[in-house]
Ligand binder design. Sequence first.
Ligand code: TUI
Length: 314
Amino acid sequence: MIKTRLNELLGIKYPVIQGGMAWVAEAELASAVSNAGGAGLIAGGSADAEIIRKEIYKAKELTDKPFGINVMLMSPYAEDLMQLACEEKVALVTTGAGSPGKYIEKLKEAGIKVIPVVSSVALAKRMERAGADAVIAEGMEAGGHIGSITTMCLTPQIADAVKIPVVAAGGIGDGRTLAAAFALGAQGVQIGTLLLLSDECKINGNYKEIVIAAKDTDSVITGTNTGHPVRQIRNKFTRRMLDREKEGMSPGEYEKLTEGSLRKAAVDGNREEGSFMAGQIAGMLNENSRRTAKELIENLFDETENIINKLQNV
Ligand code: TUI
């Protein structure tokens, strides 16, 4: 059995945290991941606190295991969601797309574990000083909003720079990549793309088909120069975005073009206009990857143990 400081910190069976996927990670997925022995998350995305409160209540009905919320810090409701987390005493808060420094003290007072996603050594160190319990080192292999360093290079550099546990994210999709994360100095992993295909993930079926069909080179990064770099599967929407970026689109126009695109992917399954965020591991996934969250997580850790055992003979 793989046991690390992350298991201890969160009181979980497997050292895995679910990615905080906006418009994707709802109560059903979060509770399934927690029931499977990981740390499930409800994604705050751009939703207001009352919507997320309902999801928290639903998750409390579905699991008695620890789960948390992910707060996307560019959301206008980020502060409300932090307040909500304290009121509802969720087990953990992960954050993305910014620095949660000013919220950490209050969250800790409420007994909540705080685990920010970071994409640089500098921010990881700042988060440790501010009292974070662990950090998620997210490489640019990940889906959604990303930094510029790969998981392979970011994880060991952050592991060397901080004493708190490091969770590797971006590019983790099977036992080989998970074992590699441990080799890089991580105490656990965050999994997003793999869970898109779990039965409990209720996104539009087209989204799942698009992720399954994706090859290694099928994701692109939009927004590198105009706003926030975002990895997603190439389609008509990304081609238009990249064309407009070349022509010198303003950040304002960028925001306007992206507005609603995630909903169009996750809810409507609009193949042309949706932003189908997914990591580079999409290329590894196939029809057999459609499983329950429990099967996916158990299989992932079985594979990891096998790989680690095999590596003893290298
Ligand atoms: O946040 C994510 N992934 C996301 S958020 C999201 S919603 C969105 N939709 C459209 C455009 C933009 C966002 C979709 N996917 N991952 C965690 C993450 N955080 N990756 C990188 C960062 C990050 C980047 C810069 C964290 C902090 C930061 O700088 C903060 C500072 O103050 O230095």
